[in-house]
Structures are given as C-alpha cells and as structure tokens.
Design a protein around this ligand. Sequence first.
Ligand code: CTP
Length: 405
Amino acid sequence: MNPLKDKKILLGITGSIAAYKAAEIASSLTKSGAIVNAVLTPGGEKFITPLTLHSVTGRHASVDKDLWEGEQHVTHIELGHNSDLIVIAPASADFIAKIAHGLGDSLLALAVLAGHCPVLVAPAMDGNMYLNQATQENIAQLMKRNFQIIGPASGHLASGLVGVGRMSDPQEILGAIRYTLSRGGILENKKILVTAGGTQEAIDPVRIITNRSSGKQGYAIAQAALDLGADVTLITTATTLAVPYGSKVIYVKSAKEMQNAIFENLMDMNALIMCAAVADFRPEVSEKEKIKKDGSELLLRLEPTEDILLEVAKKRNEYTKLNAVIGFAAESENLIKNAESKLKKKKLDMIVANDISGKESGFESDKNQASFLFPDGSKRDLPLMGKDQLAELIMEEINKIIIKQ
Ligand code: CTP
C-alpha cells in the first residue's frame, strides 16, 4: 500500500542554496522504500557533494562527468526512461529556463528530456528572479506541459531579504511525491470523506467543552485513502497535525459545524469514515461575553448534540453514491457489546471498536488496538499496532465494501 515502495525516483539537484535540503528528501524517500537516483548539475555540485547523496541513498549519485566518462554512454536515456517520477528539488531559475526550452546541456536536463514519467519541480531562487517575467513565462510553459510545480514558499531568502522564492518545505515536497505516485491506485476516482478530532462546544468566548481525541487516527486514515488513489476530503477539528498532501481540508469546531460540513459534501461521496469524537452534549447557552467568577458556584446546563451518524442513516437512500459508512466506538467497558449496538443503531457497514482504557492505545497515543465488526455478525480482532498500520487495514476493508456494492 506504500506508494513509494520500490518506485524509481530521479532526484535532480540544481544550483541553489536549498540543495542541502535535497539530502533530507533523498534520505526520507530511501527510508520509505523508494530507489533514489540522485543527479546533480554542475551548479548543484557546488552546494552539495555526490558523496552526501550517495551516503543517504546507498546508490551512485550521478554528475555531468558520468555523461561523458560513464561506463554506459546512454546514462541520461537510462535515467530518464527507467524513472517512475522525476523530482527537481531545488530547481534554479536557470534550470527551469533550460527545461522550458528543451535544452540538454547537462546530464539532468537530458534525463528530463528523455523521461516519460511525471515531473515535479520545486523552484528555489531569489524573489526578484522568481517574479521576473522570463521565469514566470518559463514556469507557465512547464505547467502547460503538465509539469507539476510545488511552491516556492515565502520566507527568508539567501539574499537576506524576505519574500517569495524559498524552496517548499521538504515535508511538503515528500507529500507531493507520495500523492503523485499514488494516483491511479485501486480507489481512483472514489471520493472518501474522513472526519477527525474532538469537537469543541463553546461555553463562552474563552472556554470550551472538548475531549481527548487528537485526530491522529483520522489523519492516518486520510493518508491511507490517498495512498490507494482516492480523492479525500478531511473534516477536522485538529489544527496542529500535518495535513496529508492532496486532501481537501475543512476545519470545523463544534458538532453542529461538523454536521453541516458533512452534509454539504456527502452527495458526491462513496464512503464516510466517521473517526471524529463528536461531543454528545453542548452548553444550552454559549455566552457572548466571558463568564466572570463571583465566588459562587456555576451550573452549566447541557443539551444533546445531533447524532451525525444517526442523521446520515435516516437519509442514507438520498445519497446514492454512498456505499460505505464506517463508525468508531471508543469504549472504556463492554467494548464489543456497545460497538455491536452502535453498528446496528447507526446502520453502519463496519464499526471500528477500540478499548480506550488500555495504557498504550487510543486517544493521544500513536498506537491503537481495535476490532472490526460487520453487520453479518463477523468480527476481526487485531493486535496493538501503529495508527498508520490500522488505517491501512481499515482502508483495506472499506475497499472490499466499496467493490462489493
Ligand atoms: N457520532 C456521531 N455523532 C455524535 C456522536 C457520535 O456521529 N453526536 C459518531 C462517532 O463519530 C462515532 C460513532 O458515532 O463514529 C460512535 O461514537 P461514540 O461516541 O462511541 O458513541 P455515541 O453514539 O456517542 O454513544 P456513547 O457516547 O453513549 O457511547
């Protein structure tokens, strides 16, 4: 399911100070199972050595010398032809100009010309160079040819100025690589809606009622769905987690806002994965101004929130594309019995039951221990595992449900 596994990625490094960040990209890709062939232009070599790239990829890092003196005189053709993806990070203004015009004056430029795979370009340069009309026209030219441009970001530049031109963060580039390689997967053209995090119900402008849900499991599910090629919409209350690249994110706070966002998006969806910990109660009155203490006790009157999954169940026949609705049951006692009753009551296609009383699993942890329960009475018990791994297993089941329909 890992879209990077055994993929051949040509990582092109050109003359920019951001070249040092290419080592992080190469290292992360290699750790994720990709086969990384680094290629440095003469400018790139001035900022980072082939030895560095060789060390983190475990593979020969090519330079222009290999073009003329290599054992194989067709190195550039091989590199271009055999790649699943070409990533130019950093891409200097000069190199962008070259590939926009089809020049082949370096091993890397030749490999781009010879390649027939997707190309990601992460520009990195001085702000004025980036904004220069020539560079803008060159980038527009590349976009017309379906090259994917990532960034650049704004921030501190090597010139000491602050502006646009910084290479995008390596994590974002890695996300874009993963996303690009996952397209065409088994869930291609399927639309998946994932909710994550604990809702927040306002007492006043300062105080809220919320719960311990971190959102990590929902984000891991969104990533696993993307990895299978799905189009993912993530409705979330969590604001500090890194958003899985390629997902459409909608931030909400309360149960009511989450419900509205779900129904606004549900018509197109093939699956709803309701991982969010939705508050069951909210203050009957949310005060406009901060409540002041005056020494006396404060009584809060709570009213029930809407049960979103119950509402979905009631209207399910209106949503003709919706083939799979998955719920979660986080329980501290009678796990299976409670989960079974929620599965029936909310008319779910599967429920993920997890015991939150365990020390290592559940809220805030990176691990989870769960059982999957199905309407036909079958059950799959799983051992304690990472939330990423559990997300993959959840998506495996959802894929089966979607295919069956
Ligand atoms: N859920 C929902 N709307 C709510 C509460 C929960 O859609 N107002 C969803 C959750 O996202 C989860 C499932 O219903 O997928 C079960 O949530 P859980 O909190 O375990 O159960 P509840 O139905 O709220 O029942 P209880 O809190 O009494 O256990």
